[in-house]
Write a protein that binds this ligand. Structure first.
Ligand code: SF4
Length: 379
C-alpha cells in the first residue's frame, strides 16, 4: 500500500503580506464553492490511480491562512479525508495558523476535531518589523499565542520565523532569538525574507522605498541562528528547519524524501514519483472544476530535482537510493566528476554512500547544486 501525504490548500487571508507570492485571496466570496469543490476533488482522487488505496501518514492544512476557515469546514474536510483514505493511527494533522487566530477557545476546538500539530506564522516579535511586512498580527499576539499554546491541548507545534527583514541587524535578530528561547518551540522554520516579483516588497525595494540588509548581515544572521539553535538543542536538519528530538516535521520530511503527495485545493500540486499535477491558482476556476494539467518527469528531471531537495538536508544525496532507476551511466559520471570538483574546494563533503553540503555553506546551496545539474537536453 502506498504511503502518501495529503495537503489541503485554503486560499484565503485576512490581509496581504507585502512579501507573499503564495496563492491566496482576501475576498472570501468564493469560499463555500471552493470548500465544496475540495470535497469533490478528494472524492475523485481517492478513486483514481495512483492515490486509490493510499495510506495517509500526514494531513497538512496550508495556505493562505487555514486558521481563518470556519472550524466546521475544517472538521468536515478532515472527516471526508478519513472516510476516503486509510489513515495511520499516529497520522499527524497540522494546521497552519496565524497568531491573531489563536485563542484558548480555538485551540480547544481545533484539538477536538483532530488537529495534532500547529504551524504558526509568527515571523517576528517586533512590531515595526510586523507592520513593515503588513502582517495581520502584532507583537502582543506573537507572545500571547505562545503562552496560550503552552497551556493548551496542542503542544506539538512549529514556529515560522524570519530574518533578513528590512531594518534588522545581527543584534536585533539575536534579541528575537533570545525572546524565542523563553518558549523553545518543538520545531522551527526560519526563512530569510526573499523578494518575489509582483509583490509590494518587490516594488518597494525597486523604488528605493525599502532597503534590505546587506548579504553580509543576512549571512551573519544565519550563522547566529545556527549557533543559537545548536545551543538550544535543535537539530538543523534542513536549510530552513530545526527540530527538537523527535519533533521533525513529518509532512516536510515526506516531501524531501521524494515520497508521493496529493494536493487538494486551488494552486495545490501533486506528485507520485514520476508524474506531477497542478491545480489552477484561481479560486473561481477551481470551483468550476478547471482542467488539471500534468507532466511526466524524465530521469534527468528526477535526478536534478533530487539533487536540489536532498542537498538542502543534513542527510544529503545517497547514491544507492537517490539515483533514479535506469539513469544513463555516462550522465551519472558527469555528476560524479562535478561532485569531485566541489569536494576539492570544500563545498561538498563525500562519503562512500553519498555527499552533503556542509551546513555552513547551506546559504549558498542554490549555486553549489546548480553546478551538479545535468542539462535537460543531455539525453
Ligand atoms: S498570511 Fe501567509 S499566505 Fe497570507 S498573505 Fe501572509 S504570508 Fe501570504
Amino acid at each position: 500500500m502506498n504511503t502518501t501525504t495529503l495537503y489541503l490548500h485554503i486560499p484565503y487571508c485576512k490581509q496581504a503580506c507585502h512579501y507573499c507570492d503564495f496563492h491566496f485571496s482576501t475576498q472570501r466570496s468564493t469560499e463555500a464553492a471552493v470548500v465544496k469543490a475540495m470535497h469533490a476533488e478528494l472524492a475523485k482522487r481517492a478513486q483514481q490511480e495512483p492515490w486509490k488505496g493510499s495510506r495517509i501518514n500526514s494531513l497538512y492544512f496550508g495556505g493562505g491562512t487555514p486558521s481563518f476557515l470556519a472550524v466546521a469546514d475544517l472538521a468536515q474536510l478532515i472527516a471526508k479525508a478519513q472516510a476516503l483514505f486509510s489513515f495511520n493511527t499516529a497520522a499527524e494533522i497540522t494546521l497552519e495558523a496565524n497568531p491573531d487566530d489563536i485563542t484558548p477557545e480555538n485551540l480547544e476546538t481545533w484539538h477536538s476535531i483532530g488537529i495534532t500539530r500547529l504551524s504558526i506564522g509568527l515571523q517576528s516579535f517586533n512590531n515595526r518589523e510586523l507592520q513593515s511586512m503588513n502582517r495581520a498580527h502584532d507583537a502582543s499576539h506573537s507572545v500571547q499565542c505562545l503562552e496560550w499554546i503552552a497551556d493548551g491541548p496542542i503542544r506539538n507545534y512549529s514556529v515560522d520565523f524570519m530574518y533578513g527583514i528590512p531594518g534588522s541587524t545581527v543584534e536585533s535578530w539575536t534579541r528575537q532569538l533570545d525572546q524565542l528561547a523563553t518558549y523553545l518551540p518543538p520545531h522551527l522554520s526560519c526563512y530569510a525574507l526573499t523578494v518575489e516579483e509582483k509583490t509590494v516588497l518587490y516594488h518597494n525595494v525597486r523604488s528605493g522605498k525599502t532597503t534590505l540588509p546587506s548579504d553580509e548581515v543576512i549571512v551573519a544572521q544565519f550563522e547566529a541562528l545556527r549557533a543559537w539553535a545548536s545551543e538550544q538543542g535543535y537539530t538543523h536538519y534542513e536549510l530552513s528547519n530545526f527540530a527538537q528530538p523527535d519533533k521533525y516535521s513529518r509532512h516536510n520530511s515526506h516531501y524531501w524524501s521524494g515520497q508521493p503527495y496529493l494536493g487538494i485545493g486551488p494552486g495545490a500540486h501533486s506528485f507520485c514519483g514520476k508524474k506531477r499535477w497542478w491545480n489552477v491558482s484561481n479560486n473561481t476556476l477551481y470551483a468550476q472544476g478547471a482542467e488539471v494539467p500534468s507532466e511526466e518527469l524524465t530521469l534527468i528531471d528526477l535526478l536534478n530535482e533530487r539533487l536540489m531537495v536532498r542537498l538542502r538536508t543534513a542527510k544529503g544525496f545517497l547514491w544507492e537510493s537517490d539515483v533514479p532507476f535506469g539513469m544513463d551511466p555516462t550522465l551519472l559520471e558527469h555528476v560524479r566528476q562535478s561532485v569531485k570538483k566541489s569536494e576539492a574546494i570544500g563545498l561538498l563533503k563525500c562519503s562512500e554512500k553519498g555527499f552533503t553540503i556542509p551546513p555552513e555553506y547551506w546559504m549558498q546551496s542554490d549555486a553549489i547544486i546548480a553546478e551538479l545539474f545535468i542539462s535537460p537536453d543531455a539525453d
